[in-house]
Structure formats: structure tokens, C-alpha cells
Design a protein around this ligand. Structure first.
Ligand code: F6P
Length: 439
């Protein structure tokens, strides 16, 4: 059970400097709202859960509020900050980089900000990647582009060599934009920093196109990505309705979590079946996909299947290959389904026109939409506030519309996934009219 201790964010030490935000622009405060240390956000969101804990208010698990502190740990005049983007792309990476630079430069007066190229690889001196000077001019309008101007890569690197590099470059704060593996890496870097008795802050902005990092609210770029995926579903619907026995399959990203599939399907209610890793389905039998699909096509003339790439992996041979992040390489469930559906319709002598869509990387390489851009900027600002206040080994997130600081170990245990008993899956089943039980 989660306790208050699990949510305590580590600090590099006492804050000895007044934050410059208070006096920005002719003596006016730009931000009258400073976060008090007692201003904490409840972890539980239902009264029954809170009551069942049977503890006092002070003992309830709560998150530290994100936001600017009146007193800060680092002296902005001498602080040097490094930024790195790790792992797969996600809409909004450039928004986050830009907002970090602007917040540091414009509000805190930090002039020394650098970017490391190609993920943690860029933090290994021997790899020879140049360090990029990040200025407001350099980051102007980068938010209009997809991808990351710093480049990215998957895979862990030696934390000892990384800290050597941070020391060599006089970095005081490392801001890591990356997924769960990258956050585990950030934690190891923080541990190495601590073991050496250094005062280098390590603060993360969690990034996951699959929306599968727990406790941080919806991840940035997710909304842009599923909106893009929804376009393919709409296209599939148009195609299959114009064909005899039209069956559309739209495969979207989602290794262990089916959020993209669920949200994209719900965005326009064009899907007849949504298949995700969290919910098993059978092919054969009265409740299996093949019979249900044949029936749906006979009844309505066509059908669209939205398929998360990690769905139905139990139906195909497992691969023993791992990617650079240590994830098992998935089997191609879409190819398998296309084959099985083709054979099944032939056996039934039922007309079939199959259309396959794989929006794949196209959903994560686009620039963030307006809503995600705002979210990215605010997450980035929250990360800068935390870093300047000396917080470390933490990520930023948003819980029930409040920005929070969360210890890295708390978000790297377990993962966020679609609950088969939850209200999101219920909405999907209501929208598609597929049976709850397809096993
Ligand atoms: O981990 C997130 C993710 O988007 C998965 O859904 C997908 O399988 C994977 O990244 C693909 O990324 P890459 O090809 O860059 O490893």
C-alpha cells in the first residue's frame, strides 16, 4: 500500500537563494503564487479509500506540489543546466525543450543551458557527440516541428561515465525527458551523484506515447498521437464502407498498454472491435473474433478492427529478441489476423475486401497539438521550478489538474495500463458493441 514515505521527494539541501521570479519586470511579481511546503496533493481520490486507511491527515499519502518556491537551492547566476531527450519520439518533445530553456533563461536568469545529443549516448564523452548550446534564439519556433532537435536514442549507459561527463562540464542540473527506462537510468545517475557527495539535481519530464507511466496523469503528446491515429480509423471506415465485405484493420502503437487504441477508437466511434494487450481474445468459437467479425460484416456490410500492437501476443509465437531498451520484440499480430481472417471468410464463402492501415510512427512524429503544447510547456516549467529548488531523483506529473513532484522510484515500479474492469474499457465496449468476453 502506498505510504507518505513513498512520495517524499529528495532534496539536495537547504534553499539559500531568493527566487528571482518575484521581482521580474519592474518590480511586479510575475507569479504571486508560490508553492508552500505544506501544500500537498492527496494521492487517493475517493473518500472511501481515504477512510479505509485509518490514519491521520498528516499521515495520508500526498504528493508534493509542483511549482515555484520562494527560496531556491541554485544560484541562477552560476547554474548550468543540461537537457537530454531519450527513447522513442513523442509529440511535444521540442515544446518541452523550448519551455525549459525559456523558463530558465527568462524567469530564472540562467544563461548556461546545453543539450546532449541522441539520448544518454550523448552523455558519454567517448561517443564524441557535440554538446549543443541552448538559447532562446536557438529554441525559437522549434515547437512547430515534430521530433526532437536534440535527437534521441534507446538504451542505458554507464551512470559512472555519465556523472564523469556532468562533472567535466560543470552541470548542476540534468533534465531528462524520457520514458520509464530512461527514468530508471536517471535514478541510477542520481544515485551515483549522491554516492560521490555531489550536488547535481536530476529531474525528469516523463515521456511515453503509450501513456503507460503510472501516477503522472496523462502523458504529454498522447492526445496528439491518438488524434492522429483516429484519422487512420476514419480512413479505414471510409474504405470498408465502399467495399464488398469490407474489413479494415488499423494497427496502432501500444506494446503493453492499449490506451492509444482505446482513445483513438472512442474519438469517432468508427471501430467495431478494439483489441488491446490487457484484454485477451480468442479467434475461434462463438465468442471468438472470427465468428463475431463474420457476423458483424454480414449484418452491417463492413467492420473496422483497431488493434494495439501488443494485443493477442499469446496467439502467435513469442520472440526471444529484445530491443535496445530491453523490451521483447513483439510478434506481428496484424499479419497473423489478416491471414486468419482471410482463411476464415474463404471457408465461410463470405465476400471479403481487407484494408490494412498501420499509422505506426506517423502518430508520434507530428508536432504537438495546441492542448499538448500547453501541457508540455507547463510540465517543463514545473520541472525547472523543482530543479532550481534543489529537488532531485524526481519527475513532474499532473494529478487531477495539479502539477506534482513525484520520486522517480515511485513511477518506475509497475506500469499504467487499461483496466479490463475500469470505466475506459467499459466506454470502449459500449462504443463498439463488442462483447466483454471474447475469450
Ligand atoms: O515504447 C513506446 C513505443 O511507442 C511502442 O509502442 C512501440 O512499440 C515502440 O515505442 C516503437 O519504437 P521504436 O521503434 O523507436 O523502438
Amino acid at each position: 500500500m502506498v505510504t507518505l514515505a513513498d512520495l517524499q521527494v529528495r532534496s539536495l539541501g537547504a534553499s539559500s537563494f531568493d527566487s528571482p521570479l518575484a521581482t521580474y519586470v519592474k518590480g511586479r511579481t510575475t507569479n504571486e503564487y508560490y508553492v508552500g511546503e505544506d501544500d500537498r496533493i492527496l494521492y487517493d481520490d475517493t473518500l472511501a479509500l481515504i477512510a479505509s486507511r485509518g490514519v491521520t491527515m498528516d499521515e495520508l499519502p500526498t504528493f508534493e506540489s509542483g511549482g515555484p518556491r520562494q527560496r531556491i537551492f541554485f544560484d541562477p547566476a552560476t547554474t548550468k543546466v543540461g537537457v537530454v531527450t531519450c527513447g522513442g519520439l513523442c509529440p511535444g518533445l521540442n515544446d518541452v525543450i523550448r519551455a525549459i530553456v525559456l523558463e530558465l533563461h527568462t524567469h530564472y536568469g540562467v544563461r548556461d543551458v546545453v543539450g546532449f545529443q541522441y539520448g544518454y549516448s550523448g552523455l558519454i564523452a567517448a561517443n564524441g557527440h557535440d554538446v549543443v548550446k541552448l538559447t532562446p534564439e536557438f529554441v525559437a519556433r522549434i515547437n512547430e516541428r515534430g521530433g526532437t532537435i536534440l535527437g534521441s536514442s534507446r538504451g542505458a549507459q554507464d551512470p559512472v561515465a555519465i556523472v564523469d561527463r556532468l562533472v567535466e562540464l560543470d552541470i548542476d542540473v540534468l533534465l531528462v525527458i524520457g520514458g520509464d527506462g530512461s527514468m530508471r537510468g536517471a535514478h541510477h545517475i542520481g544515485a551515483e551523484v549522491e554516492a560521490r557527495g555531489l550536488s547535481i539535481g536530476i529531474v525528469g519530464v516523463p515521456k511515453t506515447i503509450d501513456n503507460d507511466i503510472p501516477h503522472i496523469g496523462q502523458s504529454f503528446g498522447f492526445s496528439t498521437a491518438f488524434a492522429k491515429a483516429a484519422e487512420s480509423i476514419k480512413a479505414a471506415r471510409v474504405e470498408v464502407e465502399a467495399a464488398m465485405g469490407g474489413v479494415g484493420i488499423v494497427k496502432v502503437m501500444g506494446r503493453h498498454a492499449g490506451f492509444i487504441a482505446c482513445y483513438a477508437a472512442l474519438a469517432n466511434h468508427d471501430a467495431d472491435f478494439v483489441l488491446i494487450p490487457e484484454v485477451d481474445f480468442a479467434l475461434d468459437g462463438d465468442n471468438g473474433l472470427l465468428a463475431l467479425l463474420a457476423h458483424r460484416v454480414a449484418e452491417r456490410g463492413s467492420a473496422v478492427i483497431v488493434l494495439a500492437e501488443g494485443a493477442g501476443q499469446d496467439l502467435i509465437p513469442a520472440s526471444d529478441r529484445l530491443d535496445a531498451s530491453g523490451n521483447a520484440v513483439l510478434g506481428d499480430i496484424a499479419a497473423y489476423l489478416r491471414d486468419q481472417i482471410g482463411k476464415d471468410f474463404a471457408n465461410r464463402s463470405q465476400p471479403l475486401t481487407m484494408r490494412y492501415f498501420n499509422p505506426g510512427y506517423a502518430i508520434r512524429s507530428v508536432p504537438a497539438d495546441a492542448s499538448d503544447s500547453v501541457y508540455c510547456a507547463r510540465l517543463a516549467q514545473t520541472a525547472v521550478h523543482a530543479a532550481m529548488a534543489g529537488r532531485t531523483d524526481m519527475v513532474v506529473g499532473r494529478r487531477r489538474h495539479r502539477f506534482v513532484n513525484v520520486p522517480i522510484p515511485f513511477v518506475t515500479q509497475g506500469s499504467h495500463s487499461v483496466s479490463p474492469d475500469g470505466d475506459l474499457w467499459l466506454s470502449v465496449v459500449e462504443s463498439t458493441a463488442q462483447p466483454f468476453d471474447m475469450s
